[in-house]
Design a protein around this ligand. Sequence first.
Ligand code: FE2
Ligand code: FE2
Length: 107
Amino acid sequence: MKSDDATITQKKAAFKQFAPALIAHAKPEEQTWYMSMKNEDDMTIEGLEGDIEHGLADQLCSELRRTKENDMFEAKVKVLAEMVEHHIEEEEEDMLPSFKRRTIGSC
Ligand SMILES: [Fe+2]
Ligand SMILES: [Fe+2]
């Protein structure tokens, strides 16, 4: 069976495994890193942006738990994956290096 042929039940089961990992990663980040960025004068917006993006991902996860129709489920998963991918890229390439420079200094 190709992955495209997975049933909605299989997709929901995979999502059920993935969602807690996403939340387990996001909550400590919000409580530590984003909190610190919001306390830095020139990184407040980035900290808030992180909170907002996590909030949107949470919202989409909640919608996915209630979505029963296959095409809609697939479309929402695709949007969630694109959002998370963009978010991770931004964190790793922009936010984290900037935060390190401001808090640790350049080594
Ligand atoms: Fe994040
Ligand atoms: Fe992250």
